[in-house]
Design a protein around this ligand. Structure first.
Ligand code: AMP
Ligand code: GLY
Length: 426
């Protein structure tokens, strides 16, 4: 099979690593890919992930049998539709179905229509009305920019000043651009967060492990929300009993609901969840692609070939693919640039990559790096590396991941020291 991966971040590096290990794959390409992905895939740095015409042309000229789309933006822009029209199998939903992630208002209305448990919400386009609403809630709420804001357009608030400040930033200052023209204000849910991955061809579903991200920038879940500072898979909070409820109350109704609404969903449905003390799952968000950095531990721990699942979901043949289990536990620790998730410097030399990768059970996935003039790697993004380790259990995976992190250095390197600590404690 000839496979083309779209994207360039840590998630795509991990996907390419897993896909490249499949016996079914004879050629692997990536657009744009990254310098770090060069060893695994033929990269096309001149073709950007949002250049739909160029991607369709490349998939044709490379005779791709399967295109795997990493990020949400090209999906929301219609990349899957374009590829399908050209007769090319693609893992990832249509633009219509991608609204589940691209518009939080669409997702909330979808869940209400299909009785999928989620936080109560209201949608606002008017600043004064939004302000009056958060004040009525005494500021205990979650304020979200409606459009795509790279996982960062969300403020979890506990008092009136903070909630009004978040509204002002989004609606008045337009910190997230046009995404802030409409905001969703939600009930603040309490509990343990996890994400769950359902691969589907539109009717059949096969599930991968649950994972847990660490979204805040600083230890102890303090600081700003980021794209994710580390992750563990599987997430112990998703017990067998929780998973059963999750499938019955969320996953199956969502897949059936999308089909019933005339926007059948194919690809991976990422269910972001809050699980309360009684084990009741409620949906925080849907994403229409794999999580980043959750994909890094997920790919490291999967015990089998992912490619037949991806191809089955893309072609309606999921029923013929063998489900893939998970071995042990995997932990990913993100090494970020100082300043992330706000502005940060780039071009800083990275040392210790080879020594880190030599540690047992470790893979270092690159999120924001590039080749430096001296042949080594330097920083080129906010999230720089996802140092990922597999172990028999959480303790071992954690120990291995942090031992590998301790080998790596760049100026201003920032990491959380408590990834997977809470699941270990609790
Ligand atoms: P989102 O972009 O919707 O995933 O939100 C980012 C993060 O904000 C989530 O992972 C949660 O940590 C938090 N969050 C979002 N919605 C809620 C909610 N209704 N209640 C509590 N926390 C939330
Ligand atoms: N790590 C959160 C996400 O991928 O949305």
């Amino acid at each position: 099979m000839r496979v083309l991966v779209v994207g360039s971040g840590g998630r795509e590096h991990a996907l390419a690593w897993k896909i490249a290990s499949s016996d079914a794959v004879e050629a692997l390409h990536a657009v744009p890919g990254s310098d770090a992905m060069q060893g695994l895939a033929t990269c096309h740095p001149d073709v950007k992930a949002m250049d739909l015409d160029a991607i369709v042309a490349l998939a044709r000229s490379e005779a791709s049998d399967l295109v795997v789309v990493g990020p949400e933006d090209p999906l929301a822009a219609g990349l899957s539709d374009r590829l399908r029209e050209a007769g090319i199998a693609v893992f990832g939903p249509s633009a219509a179905a991608a609204q589940l992630e691209a518009s939080k208002a669409f997702a909330k209305e979808f869940m209400a229509r299909h009785a999928i448990p989620t936080a109560d919400f209201r949608v606002f386009e008017d600043f004064d009305a939004a302000r009056a609403h958060v004040l009525a809630l005494d500021g205990v709420c979650v304020v979200k920019a409606d459009g795509l804001a790279a996982g960062k357009g969300v403020a979890v608030c506990g008092e009136p000043e903070g909630a009004v400040a978040a509204l002002t930033e989004m609606m008045r200052d337009r910190r997230f651009g046009e995404a802030g023209a409409r905001v969703v204000i939600e009930e603040r849910l309490e509990g343990e967060e996890a994400s769950y991955y359902a691969i589907t061809d539109g009717t059949r579903v096969t599930t991968l492990a649950a994972a847990q991200d660490h979204k805040r920038a600083l230890d102890g879940d303090r600081g700003e929300n980021t794209g994710g500072m580390g992750a563990v898979a599987p997430a112990p909070v998703v017990t067998e009993a929780v998973e059963k409820r999750l499938l019955e109350e969320v996953v199956h109704p969502a897949i059936a609901g999308m089909a019933a609404d005339g926007t059948p969903y194919t690809g991976v449905l990422y269910v972001g969840l809050m699980i309360d003390r009684t084990g009741a799952p409620r949906v925080v968000e849907f994403n229409v692609r794999f999580g980043d950095p959750e994909t890094q531990p997920l790919m490291l721990g999967l015990d089998g070939d992912l490619v037949p699942l991806l191809h089955g979901a893309a072609t309606g043949g999921l029923g013929n693919a063998t489900p893939v289990g998970f071995r042990g536990t995997a932990v990913c620790v993100v090494l970020a640039s100082d300043g992330y998730p706000r502005s940060y410097p780039t071009g800083r030399a990275i040392s210790g990559l080879a020594a880190a990768a030599d540690q047992p059970g470790v893979e270092v996935f690159h999120a924001g790096t590039r080749r430096a003039a001296n042949g080594g790697f330097e920083t080129a993004g906010g999230r720089v590396l996802g140092v990922t380790a597999r172990g028999e259990n959480i303790e071992e995976a954690r120990r291995r991941a942090y031992a590998a992190c301790d080998e790596i250095h760049f100026e201003g390197m920032h990491l959380r020291r408590d990834i997977a600590e809470r699941v270990l404690a609790g």
